[in-house]
Design a protein around this ligand. Sequence first.
Ligand SMILES: [Zn+2]
Length: 201
Amino acid sequence: MIRTGIGFDVHRFKKGRALVLGGVKIACDRGLDGHSDADVLTHAVMDALLGAVAADDIGVHFSDTDKRWKNADSLRLLRRVVDVVRAKGATLVNVDVTVLAEIPRLAPHRVEMRRRLAKAMEVGVDAVSVKATTMERLGAIGRKEGIAAMAVATVEMKKKVRDSSALKNSIAAKKHKAGYPQPNIINLDRIIDNKIIRSAL
Ligand SMILES: [Zn+2]
């Protein structure tokens, strides 16, 4: 089954910080403010991936009060998100990102961003698209107050085991109606979810 997720993030500019987008350090007179390295592009990708497998959001997985994520390399966080996606029984199909930024010019860095994101997600570069646009000087982004990013992720879910559990239960229920002994109905969903949660943590 194909599933999609959407991600959006925005960070304000801050002088004296490095600007990191898609894991690439970009020469700029300002960086982005945030608890981690404030890689807004990668954060949007992470939220899209988590959305595709309905596994909360990056705020839940990587609290901004947790010292472990202070100045964290967001590609490292992305790798953890990919582990969550896998634990949910999904494989990544593709990711598409649009960065909204008045400055700096991002076109020269797009190939390297795609390469680094693809490596972190262990997919081919062809599965990762990075685009950039300005806001035509409109609004906060247009006033060069920060950078935003939006992403869409598509994943393929393996045939759900819970489907077969539902099928088994319905067969058992039919047999029971037909005069068979009390069916042993099990709730595989719960067991599977617990396993998923454990492996995702
Ligand atoms: Zn962020």
